[in-house]
Design a protein around this ligand. Structure first.
Ligand code: SF4
Length: 675
């Protein structure tokens, strides 16, 4: 018997190390492939269906292999779960004593220097902030790690954390008077010494893109990299290979320069006039948007959505932007010169000099219209200001270059990496055409455990009030009434969430048994916890609820998805990618839009069946899934549920599977979906 077979056996050491373990052949196959990949310094792409147990399938081989490793996960929450729950269990099951550590972005650790500065200034916007800030100060004396997630007395979203944590731009680094006690530096020290380090994709990509958040590079020092939830990696890597500069960052620089200049180099310049000039130029740039938002016309179609490509601007708008950016650049340049001449007078002035230089370089890069045709210049705006971005729309070559910088083994895995059994799309995006691939099938019996319903007579998916029409259909209303257990309504836009929430307000009056939860009412983890504990709630959410939500059992028995989750076609980066794809002779809709929507749909549908005993129905309110060629392609990527187009059959299925409430009607036949 191989060591892995022993370890994963029904009564083996992993089984004995905690409750709920079952032998799954897919888990063993995956672990064996990963062990081989690690020992031969290869690259493996693996899809592990729900319930395979992919976490143990990579942790065990990592523990058995010589060399330093990184595991990267999608979120900080998953990092904590791995570090606090899964790693200790596997370490004790295997009896190994390797050194492990978790490292998050610097914004997750208390900065003692900035906390003290804020305390000295003592200016808070809201009365309750003084109380919360005193909680942060008390926390600083108690915590060993400085990880702000341990401070339960202050909400994670509190704006106060920005005043007690650091950014790469405002950290004083080696010049800091609190360097020896610094939590960020201590976390990085532990990370450097660890045999197995848990990071998140943002940190990994920052390291890969050499967008160092201030710590030493982590990738060059390791032998093995395992990337879990790898389906989100292309998006995150694209973000980190981009350059951006925001009006918020520029205004922050102006404010800091005024305060720090007056404090440490009052005689160096007229700080109010220098900083005022920068603020004025930023206001002028924002004024263009204010004017545009009040003006109608074909060139303004994107403004209400907050994103526009530079090449979509009209000729006259382009001139206005060039002139506004020129003014910001000039004011920034003047300020930068004064910073640079006074950098040796105080550590804060030195870091402002570095920051203003960097912002100026990024602004120049945005203005440069001669560079690379493989990136797109675009602007994103919100009530907080404007962000200017330069984004590469093809990252495969760059990603490959970074991977090749040092030979190591790479394992990228997720529950949703393949489309209709093939990895081509993911491989093309990251240039991984030569990687080995594996699909570890889910141990669940989807055919028995779930039913997929695409009703007949659905509203037009392009209708602006599609979700309202869908929810008002008699068949859907009957399903929502009849199902025993909780319901997710997963929407493809915030607008649809709003419309569904309006519908729910009326609907709830006649269905008091349902507790209605809507995205935005409370932080996501709080909503999910309320949903779980109620057992019969109805939750309405958009993209953030399509992934990473695990509600096993009756608490989730029905998932309703409003439409196929295509990205908005006027998204600047998608437009540029599509244009480039078509220039290569391919069809952008088939090559980009369909596979990306298929992955997201698979994630949304994947919320339903989370354990061997789960039973439930997925409703997809978009007839294109059943009636178009690309829809049928997406259908082939989904779990192999039983399928129907008849709502009455779905009601009957609920009754037959003990997932109905009393008095649900039944019967009737219908044409089945392609299986
Ligand atoms: S080194 Fe940077 S993060 Fe650490 S205490 Fe100083 S300013 Fe804060």
């Amino acid at each position: 018997m191989s060591p892995l077979k022993d370890l994963f056996a029904e009564a083996g050491p992993i089984s004995r190390s905690g409750p709920g373990y079952r032998f799954r052949s897919g888990q063993l196959t995956l672990a064996e492939s990963i062990l081989q990949t690690l020992s031969q310094k290869q690259t493996l792409l693996a899809e592990a269906g729900t319930g395979v147990g992919k976490t143990f399938a990579y942790l065990v081989p990592l523990m058995l292999t010589v060399g330093k490793s990184i595991v990267s996960t999608a979120t900080r929450h998953l990092q904590d779960q791995l570090y606090e729950r899964d790693l200790p269990r596997i370490k004790s099951a295997l009896g190994v004593s390797i050194q492990t550590a978790v490292l998050k972005g610097r914004g997750n650790y208390l900065c003692l220097y900035r906390m003290e500065r804020t305390k000295e200034q003592g200016r808070f916007q809201r009365p309750e902030d003084a109380h919360f800030f005193s909680e942060i100060v008390s926390f600083s004396g108690l915590t060993a790690t400085g990880d702000i997630s341990e401070c339960s007395a202050v909400p994670e979203q509190s704006p106060l954390w920005a005043m007690a944590t650091s950014t790469r731009e405002n950290c004083l680094g080696q010049q800091c008077p609190r360097l020896s006690e610094c939590f960020v530096m201590a976390a990085r020290q532990r990370a450097a010494e660890a045999d197995l380090l848990i990071v998140n994709h943002h940190l990994l990509c920052a390291d890969m893109a050499l967008r160092d958040e201030g710590f030493g590079e982590i990738l060059p020092s390791v032998d093995h990299v395992v990337i879990d939830e790898a389906h989100v990696l292309p998006e995150i890597a694209t973000e980190f290979f981009s350059q951006s500069v925001s009006t918020q960052a520029l205004s922050g620089l102006a404010r800091d320069s005024l305060a720090i200049g007056l404090e440490h180099a009052r005689d160096a310049a007229s700080w109010p006039s220098l900083c005022g000039e920068l603020e004025r130029s930023i206001m002028e740039m924002r004024a263009i948007l204010a004017e545009d938002s009040h003006r109608d016309g074909p060139s303004k179609v994107n403004f209400p959505q907050g994103r526009i490509s530079w090449d979509q601007l009209s000729a006259s708008d382009t001139q206005r932007w060039i002139s506004a950016l020129g003014a910001v650049s000039k004011a920034l340049s003047a300020l930068r010169e004064v910073h640079s001449m006074n950098a040796d007078r105080h550590a804060e002035l030195a870091r402002l000099a570095a920051f203003s230089l960097e912002l100026h370089q990024r602004l120049e890069a945005f203005q440069d219209n001669t560079s690379d045709e493989m990136d797109v210049r675009w602007m994103e705006f919100s009530r907080h200001g404007v962000t200017l971005r330069r984004t590469p729309f093809e990252i495969a070559a760059r990603f490959q270059q970074e991977m090749a910088r040092q030979p190591k083994s790479w394992v990228m895995l997720s529950a949703t990496l393949a489309i209709a059994g093939r990895f081509d799309h993911f491989q093309r995006r990251l240039g991984l055409q030569d990687a080995a691939t594996l699909i570890a099938e889910s141990p669940f019996d989807f055919q028995q455990q779930g039913l997929l319903l695409v009703p007949q007579d659905l509203p037009d998916p392009k209708s602006p009030d599609h979700i309202s029409q869908l929810l008002q259909q008699a068949g859907i209303a009957e399903l929502l009434r009849a199902v025993r257990g909780g319901v997710f309504i997963l929407c493809t836009s915030h607008r649809a969430v709003g419309l569904a929430a309006q519908w729910a307000t009326n609907w709830a009056a006649s269905h008091p048994e349902r507790h209605i939860l809507v995205q935005g009412q409370a932080p996501r983890p709080v909503l999910i916890e309320q949903f779980r504990s109620h057992g019969s709630a109805l939750l309405i959410g958009s993209h953030s609820f399509w992934e990473g939500v695990d509600v096993p059992g009756d608490a989730l028995s029905l998932v309703l998805i409003d439409k196929l989750p295509f990205a908005p076609p006027d998204d600047p980066v998608l437009r540029a990618r599509s244009k480039w794809c078509e220039a290569q002779g391919a069809d952008a809709f088939s090559a980009i839009q369909v596979p990306e929507a298929a992955i997201l749909l698979k994630q949304g549908v994947g919320r339903l069946i989370r354990s061997e005993s789960d039973r439930g129905v997925v409703v997809i309110g978009d007839r294109r899934l059943a009636e178009t060629g690309y829809g049928r392609r997406m259908l082939r990527s989904l779990p192999n549920f039983s399928r129907t187009r008849n709502t009455q059959e779905a009601l009957q299925w609920l009754a037959a599977n003990g997932r109905d409430r009393p008095s649900a009607p039944a019967t009737l036949n219908s044409p089945e979906l392609e299986s």
